[in-house]
Design a protein around this ligand. Structure first.
Ligand SMILES: Cc1ncc(COP(=O)(O)O)c(C=O)c1O
Length: 393
């Protein structure tokens, strides 16, 4: 039989507790989700501001679909660049202070597209070690010379920028996330921006997890008071919809419109998504939402430390508890599931080997009593599954 390795590799995944399955759920974007007949308190959604099911956001989608239909009818250079899409781009221009913006159907496509179309074999790409898979893949799949710097380590970044390869390169691009998706900590954006300027390198920030929350909703760069050369953010996290944007100088956007194949050869975002996203971006700027999230984060961290849970240092909605071993992480997640709590274990290769974790995400949909329930169950499960019973891998 051909392709026998497929089955072999799947078996290997099962043996290592790394096998992935998709579970059909209802309410993955809500406080409470259901799977089969059972209902679970949801601590794994990226809908940090509770906007995915907001009535006004839904009306934004309904209004757009009534006016413009369900799909956009084409790719952006044919018929897909609608007036509605342009309104959204203009809204983001105002919010980010950039002179050009373009929309993508996903953050993965945006990251892959930007890096693969902008960089050549003569250039040098430097990425934070913990950058998202879409950024890493884009770099390793293209001809550009890529290096990684130690996470948030400015000395390591400076060393990369001073290297012979960097000095000999035509152009240099440094890429970091604004808020790191699996650790929840923020990048020192002002320092990175300064280093880039000192070394004549461009800076790209992927603010998937900061846009809508930090900087009054404008994102982590606004908060750090920097304007990166390229800003990417997704709508699928705090904004509660899907898709992404790239914001940059107009000439960069014009270049991408002409040369980025991920953009040119893909059907544009649907009017439904754009309508919902426009409403959502407005709502995401309401200070009361940020305040509620900040209060829940503070409450969570205080309670977790009272219970002796070593949550990673993070002031964002992403609050990871490192478990280390994948088997143990799964065992804890299963224990929580038995108690009606949905908290997905994150395992390699999404995170480094030996750093499997429970990535707790908080949302304004949560109540303090939900956090109490989670943390009590989590502390028990951690105590009952001793690390010595598992092989660190
Ligand atoms: C940091 C980061 N960048 C990019 C993406 C990809 O965005 P999308 O889900 O819109 O493809 C994600 C999503 O998980 C992410 O966390």
């Amino acid at each position: 039989m051909n392709f026998e390795r497929l089955g072999q590799q799947l078996n290997q995944q099962r043996t290592n507790d790394l096998y992935r399955v998709r579970t059909a759920v209802n309410g993955g974007n809500q406080r409470q989700l259901t799977s089969g007949e059972k209902s679970f308190l949801n601590f794994s959604s990226n809908d940090y501001l509770g906007l995915a099911c907001d009535e006004q956001v839904k009306l934004g989608a309904i209004d757009a679909v009534n006016k413009y239909g369900a799909g956009c009818g084409g790719s952006p250079l044919v018929t897909g660049h609608s007036r509605l899409a342009k309104y959204l781009e203009d809204l983001i221009k105002d919010l980010t202070g950039q002179s050009g913006v373009m929309l993508y159907t996903s953050g993965f496509a945006a990251n892959s597209g930007v890096i693969s179309s902008l960089l050549t074999k003569d250039d040098y790409l430097v990425q934070d070690k913990l950058n998202h898979a879409s950024l890493m893949n884009a770099g390793s799949d293209s001809a550009v010379k890529m290096q990684r710097f130690a996470h948030n380590d400015m000395a390591s970044l400076a060393k990369q920028l001073q290297s012979k390869t960097s000095i000999n390169a035509s152009d240099r691009l440094v890429v970091t996330e604004g808020v790191f998706s699996m650790d929840g900590d923020g990048a020192p954006l002002a320092e990175i921006s300064q280093l880039c300027r000192n070394h004549h390198a461009w800076l790209m920030v992927d603010d998937a997890h900061g846009f809508g929350i930090n900087g009054g909703g404008a994102g982590s760069c606004a908060q750090a008071n920097i304007t990166p050369d390229i800003l990417m953010a997704t709508f699928g996290k705090a904004i509660g919809t899907s898709g992404a944007f790239v914001a940059a100088d107009k000439e960069v956007i014009d270049y991408l419109v002409n040369f980025c194949r991920h953009y040119i050869y893909s059907t544009s975002l649907s009017p439904m998504i754009i309508g919902a996203t426009m409403t959502s971006i407005e709502l995401a700027q309401q200070p009361c939402r940020h305040q509620k999230l900040a209060e829940l984060i503070g409450y969570f961290r205080d309670r977790a430390s009272q219970l002796g849970l070593a949550i990673m240092p993070s002031s964002s909605a992403i609050q990871p508890l490192i478990i280390g071993d994948s088997h143990r992480a799964i065992a804890i997640a299963n224990r929580l599931k038995e108690q009606g709590i949905w908290l997905t274990a994150i395992r390699p290769p999404t995170v480094a080997v030996g750093s499997a974790r429970l990535r707790i995400t908080l949302s304004t949909n949560h109540q303090e009593s939900d956090i109490d329930r989670l943390l009590t169950a989590l502390a028990e499960a951690v105590n009952d599954t001793q690390s010595s019973d598992y092989n660190d891998r």
